[in-house]
Write a protein that binds this ligand. Structure first.
Ligand code: NAP
Length: 342
């Protein structure tokens, strides 16, 4: 019998090691009626996987399979599955139990690659109501970029942000969430400003349609460039992936009654380094975002099925090279996404 390969987190003295292991694959005969057996073909990494690996949030993940994001093919279905058949190409939702509607704190108890085993394994079993068909014509590697980074950008701009054509958007850095946000915003007729610590990455963002680019390392007061670019009006939306250390500039960059989607913690989990008074003074809408529901994922796929968007995959690693892929993401040399193929 061919074993199913898997990577797991194993606790060390301060954080976690990545350990390659294997087990007997799930048997189709043991599927519950509502379950699907998926052969995973590609996985993508997110900064959140670094948070878990480096134990930055103190999560108890010993023995858990890393990574929320992946795509694969259904190889067996349970007796009551109606939405899928063998051969369908799918991705699981980041929160398998968040089907639709508003977020519920109970969903925290089940996140892939956190409380639940994630995608870095050959085979996995999912309830059908947690799966989504990937966009037509997309490769597994391309689709593996969608569940966390793309869906977060989609929910931030579209469902929670209400982005309209002609509006302006600022995205921070050139990682997975921000590049998807730039691509969605451009396709919806917005103008986009991109910040980065790296001029080559800014050039790459311009080639994808960025309207304004600013190096936040050489211009720590980057909001001034945004302010002038918008004729001293400010941007309508900020994709705030930095957190406490970048919020001051984001509040200076946003328009009165503008929207800040608070998504990330790239500058840490501490309190903001500045007064939050500008939020009141400018009547800013501050939305905390935590990925999205299966219904959000399906609406994003409908958009991707009807618009031309190519996910930006910076580099692809083999399954055996998983620790190298984590190290590469940690080096922050990437633009967009880092993928692991099985
Ligand atoms: N709430 C949610 O649902 C959710 C979902 C996904 C991600 N996140 C969070 O969002 C953040 C981004 O995630 P990701 O997976 O897109 O990360 P990623 O792909 O690893 O992107 C990292 C990039 O962010 C940029 N960056 C780092 N520090 C920065 C700073 N101080 N200011 C501006 N940009 C900075 C850098 O871009 P340059 O090299 O161009 O400078 C870096 O390469 C993380 O904190 C993650 O935990 C949250």
């Amino acid at each position: 019998m061919q074993l199913s390969r898997r990577w797991i987190y194993r606790k060390n003295s301060t954080s976690y090691d990545l350990i390659a292991t294997s087990e007997a694959p799930p048997s189709p005969g043991n599927l519950r009626p509502e379950e699907c057996l998926v052969a995973i073909r590609a996985v993508s990494l997110n900064y959140r996987d670094l948070i878990n690996w480096r134990n930055l949030a103190g999560r108890k993940i010993d023995g858990i399979v890393p990574a929320s994001d992946g795509a694969g093919e259904i190889v067996a279905i349970g007796s009551s599955v109606t939405e899928f058949q063998v051969g369908d190409r799918v991705s699981p939702n980041f929160f398998p139990t968040w089907k639709s509607g508003k977020f519920d704190l109970a969903y925290h108890q089940a996140d892939l690659g956190g409380n639940l085993d994630g995608m870095l394994r050959d085979f996995a079993v999912f309830p059908e109501k947690s799966l989504v068909k990937i966009p037509h014509g997309w490769s597994f590697s391309q689709a593996a970029t969608l569940p966390c980074a793309a869906l977060t950008a989609w929910v931030a701009l579209v469902r929670r942000g209400g982005l309209q054509a002609g509006e302006t958007v600022c995205v921070l850095g050139t990682g997975g969430v921000s590049i998807f946000a730039m691509q969605f915003a451009k396709l919806m007729g917005a103008q986009v400003a991109v910040t980065s610590s790296n001029d080559d990455k800014l050039q790459r963002a311009r080639s994808l349609g960025a309207d304004l680019t600013v190096n936040y390392r050489t211009h720590p007061e980057w909001s001034k460039s945004i302010w002038e670019w918008t004729n001293r009006h400010g941007v309508d939306h900020v994709i705030e992936v930095g957190g406490p250390g970048s919020l001051e500039q984001s509040m200076k960059a946003v328009a009165a009654e503008g929207h800040i989607a608070l998504i990330g913690v790239l500058t840490g989990f501490g309190p903001p380094t500045t007064s939050l008074f500008p939020l009141l003074a400018r009547n800013i809408r501050l939305n905390g975002i935590y990925v999205g529901s299966r219904e959000d994922f399906q609406s994003m796929v409908r958009f991707l099925d009807t618009h031309q968007l190519t996910p930006q995959i910076d580099r692809t690693f083999r399954f055996e090279e998983t620790p190298k892929a984590f190290e590469y993401l940690e080096s922050a040399g990437h633009f967009g996404k880092v993928v692991i193929e099985l």
